[in-house]
Design a binder for this molecule. Structure first.
Ligand SMILES: *Cc1c(COP(=O)(O)O)cnc(C)c1O
Length: 229
């Protein structure tokens, strides 16, 4: 199967999942995660679907320089403070703002650059040591300040739930993230419109549970052959 065919298949499965959930596919975007793949392969994906996700700045810079300007790039990796100034002009959305400190700093830098940064707030749902993100408790106490950061355009919540034995195991986590988002949205001054959740093995379930953007890599490119942490 070619990359274009794989993208097509993922889109068909997304459409079927949206239909099962009575949702419009217009509300579910596919972010093709191209991390670890070289520019020539990624170009094939970008030509088919110009919305790509990368998780390392240096690696992404090479591809962004080589590939078509029409591609929209999203940053999905852990954001190091000293990279924010470079990440902001290159990427349209940052998916993993994982602390209030980083959010404040990103807002300040965006202000200096004269832009509003589109970001998701990452939640560490399983309180896993190996993962970044706000705990639910910290999110609740820090949300008012987050929402007031002037140069952030907060898109919503993002999560990489704890690994499950099968895709169905992720459903409860996805549902929990949606319910948290819905609950917080009731608060004055809070707007968290979107959910970034679902990866290769569970994106259909994520869509059934309300995801607005699924981040899919290996289902499109095949297994990654070198570690990316
Ligand atoms: C690598 C990565 C993905 C894609 O993972 P696949 O299982 O290959 O689809 C999605 N989201 C994040 C944050 C990632 O780092």
């Amino acid at each position: 199967m070619s990359i274009a065919e794989n993208i097509h298949t993922v889109k068909e499965k997304m459409a079927a999942a949206a239909q099962r959930a009575g949702r419009s596919l217009d509300d579910c975007q596919l972010l093709v995660v191209s991390k670890t793949w070289p520019a020539d392969i990624v170009a094939e994906a970008g030509a088919e679907h110009p919305l790509l996700g990368e998780s390392k700045l240096q690696e992404a810079e090479v591809k962004i320089a080589e590939l078509d300007d029409s591609i929209s790039w999203h940053y999905i990796g852990h954001v190091q403070r000293n990279k924010v100034r470079k990440i902001l002009p290159l990427f349209d959305v940052i998916h993993a703002v994982d602390s209030l400190k980083l959010a404040r700093y990103t807002s300040n830098v965006a202000g200096e650059l004269g832009i509003k940064a589109k970001v998701f707030i990452q939640i560490n749902q399983g309180a896993e040591e190996s993962k970044h993100g706000f705990s639910e408790g910290d999110l609740r106490t820090q949300l008012a300040e987050l929402m007031q950061l002037e140069n952030l355009d907060i898109q919503g919540l993002m999560s990489i739930p704890p690994a499950s034995e099968n895709a169905e195991g992720a459903r409860a986590w996805f549902r929990q993230l949606r319910e948290l988002r819905d609950e917080l949205n009731q608060l004055d001054g809070v707007a968290l419109p979107l959910l970034s959740m679902g990866m290769s093995h569970d994106y259909e379930i994520a869509i059934e549970e309300g995801s607005n953007i699924v981040r899919v890599g290996s289902a499109i490119f095949g297994s990654r052959h070198y570690p990316t942490a």
